[in-house]
Design a protein around this ligand. Structure first.
Ligand code: B12
Ligand code: SF4
Length: 605
């Protein structure tokens, strides 16, 4: 094929989570009932696929007649209202794609499949296989984090040669060069941005692909948001939005104003695609993009996907001014480097109307932060940021990882105890996951801490077994810490901020309608706020779940009251006393400042 004739490109975004997890959602996933009465996984993230949108814009800038389409199976599956009758993802995609061709008559010259997340690995492979079957004479390409890191595994071990080439790192320039080349096979063979099966065989696996970045990010025009032909609101169904309860509507648009991050956190693989050097869009460009998103698409929330927005603090002040000027809301999904979050900086966030921040606290143990995560962060900085946010009225969600290779049970316990005093509003406790491309993956592999197929693992599923702990221990402890920090030792309850606490618990029962412990604490807060009828209703739901084996285990562990009747509700109703040794293991906690209202939340006595 002469590439000068290439006009039609179809990007496909596979389902981000394992198909099995979509059909049979694990306990800790959000679920939604479809019309067949069955619960499906509702944790399918539908963030806008910025990679394909950026590549499309870049190619069209140079070749305006390029016809690009995009199918995002995350959105498609979220939109399925009826039940799901397919046995596997492959069959679903095949039928859907055949329908798409019939409907549009679109015959792509290139099918580019984008895969960022390890859990999507098998779906990425299914899409490649199916694309080659349906379009044998088109080029089938892969790009994103997974192909960048796993090209050798895909070609040499799995022998999946239905991918004609896999892109290494960012794809704007490699895709442009490809569509401009006279001889695509020769170009793919010679370019160091692409890995082909032939090249790998020829060099017996010893290829060293290189990044081919757009150095000045402003050379990439306004991203091709029009690719989202499902209607620009569909990604607003994104479950991620529900963690940002402070937003007043859901018109969120994803943006990335910089690329790169100089840090070397061992659990991160981002540098493999975007490199470690910072590149920024100019402030003029940022303002133009935000204005266009607001005026043309009706966007009201800018969802920042930058890896390291805080790289240049002066620029951050200017970006915040733009947000304020345009009267936009903003979400910073990836967490912001905490050492850069001085009181002055946080005040600027508050002044720009930012009401919620994700704090990448990562661990409550400084040993783990320094030695195992290589994260330049001290617990006292997290503490300060959390306190300043409270003072400024910014709601905080802290991200915590446990189960790093080398972490001991003592480290985890130390982290647990320290985090109880941190006073963030909500905690996301996840299991360290060996994501391909990260240093931690290599450590886990070299030491035999992971075995078999760990590609499907995301942070909800522990897969690392070391001399110090089993994966099951990490999975169970992560859940226990989630219950402890968000409920038993909930900072808002502790500090008497019952309104704020109640909103968190109500959010939980909305997502998990059988969450006994959330009902108990929702009842407690409603009672404290004087909303007695609501308190009674929540308590009824709690009582109805007392015989549920899963919850009873934790209810007994935390010493929550086994109520039989709720004729009269008083403070006494809510007194509880965790008796488990595990929970009492740090008696010193009860003396710590901030642990107020012990008679209500039942600290270990
Ligand atoms: C935004 C983001 C999210 C968003 C969703 C993004 C989306 N589009 O759906 C949210 C917050 C939901 C998210 C969730 C998770 N994320 Co995330 N996320 C990111 C982040 C910060 C930015 C992605 C992005 O938009 N980049 C901007 C665009 C321009 O770049 P790009 O997408 O990479 O595309 C470029 C290249 O990859 C390439 N390319 C991409 N596709 C294709 C296709 C072709 C054909 C070609 C040629 C090239 C090509 O060219 C593009 C243009 O340059 C990345 C880190 C990073 N900086 O990339 C992590 C990252 C992708 N996430 C990561 C992880 C681990 C997760 C989670 C598993 C974490 C969790 N909480 O459990 C979940 C997984 C969710 C799931 N299974 O559903 C890891 C993935 C590593 C891995 N091997 O799995 C990354 C790399 C971060 C890290 N710490 O290492 N994430
Ligand atoms: S986790 Fe964040 S701060 Fe650490 S290296 Fe990755 S992008 Fe940078």
């Amino acid at each position: 094929m002469c590439m000068k004739s290439i006009k039609k490109i179809l990007f496909i975004v596979p389902l981000h989570i394992p198909f099995e997890d979509y059909i049979n959602p694990p306990r800790n996933a959000r679920k939604a009932k479809k019309k067949d009465g069955k619960y499906y996984n509702a944790s399918v993230n539908t963030d806008l696929p910025l990679g394909p949108m950026s590549m499309s814009a870049y190619m069209k800038k140079h070749h305006p007649d390029t016809d690009v389409r995009l199918i995002d199976y995350n959105i498609k599956l979220n939109l399925v209202e009826e039940g799901f009758t397919y046995d596997n993802f492959y069959d679903f995609v095949r039928e859907d794609l055949e329908g798409f061709i019939k409907e549009t008559g679109f015959e792509p010259d290139i099918i580019g499949i984008s895969s960022l997340f390890s859990p999507s690995f098998n779906n990425f492979i299914d899409c490649g296989k199916m694309a080659k079957e349906l379009f044998p004479s088109s080029l089938v390409l892969g790009g994103g984090n997974i192909p960048t890191n796993s090209y050798d595994y895909i070609y040499s071990e799995l022998k999946h040669e239905f991918f004609d080439a896999l892109c290494y790192g960012e794809g704007e320039k490699p895709m442009l060069e490809l569509i401009e080349s006279e001889n695509p096979s020769k170009y793919l063979q010679n370019s160091t941005s692409w890995i082909t099966p032939k090249k790998l065989k020829m060099f017996k696996g010893a290829v060293t692909p290189t990044h081919n970045f757009v150095d000045d990010l402003d050379d990439i025009p306004f991203f091709d948001y029009d690719l989202m032909t499902y209607g620009n609101d569909t990604h607003g169904l994104n479950p991620v939005m529900s963690t940002f309860g402070t937003m007043t509507d859901h018109k969120g648009y994803h943006i990335m104003t910089s690329r790169g991050c100089p840090f070397k956190c061992t659990f991160c693989a981002s540098h493999k695609v975007h490199g470690r050097d910072m590149r920024y869009h100019s402030l003029e460009r940022v303002e133009r993009d935000f204005t266009r998103l607001k005026e043309k698409y009706g966007a009201s929330i800018m969802i920042f996907q930058d890896d390291h927005l805080m790289g240049d603090p002066e620029r951050v002040y200017a970006v915040l001014k733009i947000i304020k000027k345009l009267k936009l809301q903003a979400i910073f999904q990836n967490g912001l480097t905490l050492y850069a979050m001085s009181h002055e900086m946080l005040s600027a966030f508050a002044d720009a109307g930012i009401k919620q921040l994700v704090l990448p606290v990562e661990s409550g143990s400084e040993t783990v932060l320094k030695n195992l995560m290589k994260k330049p962060l001290k617990t006292k900085i997290s503490q300060q940021v959390s306190e300043d946010c409270r003072e400024l009225g910014i709601y905080t969600n802290a991200n915590i990882l446990i189960g790093m290779p080398g972490e001991t049970k003592e480290n985890i316990n130390e982290a647990r105890m320290n985090l109880r005093g941190l006073n963030c509003n909500w905690y996301h406790i996840v299991c360290a996951s060996p994501i391909v491309g990260s240093e931690m993956h290599d450590i886990a592999k070299d030491n035999g801490y992971i075995s078999g197929d760990t590609l499907g693992a995301d942070y909800r599923k522990a897969v690392i077994n070391t001399e110090d702990f089993s994966a099951k221990y990490i999975q169970d402890t992560a859940y226990l810490m989630n219950l402890e920090l968000n409920f038993i030792y909930n900072a808002d309850v502790k500090l008497g901020d019952y309104d704020l606490a109640l909103s968190g618990f109500v959010n939980v029962v909305r997502i998990s309608p059988d969450h006994a412990i959330a009902y108990f604490f929702a009842a407690l807060c409603s009672f404290k706020l004087g909303i007695k009828d609501k308190s009674k209703k929540y308590l009824e739901s709690y009582i109805n779940l007392l015989e549920n084996k899963f919850w009873r285990k934790y209810i007994d562990l935390f010493g929550l009251p086994i109520l039989t009747s709720i004729k009269t509700i008083s403070s006494e109703t809510f007194v509880f006393n965790p008796e488990s040794e595990a929970l009492q293991s740090d008696i010193s906690m009860k003396a710590k400042e901030g642990n107020r209202n012990p008679e209500i939340v039942g600290y270990p006595t």
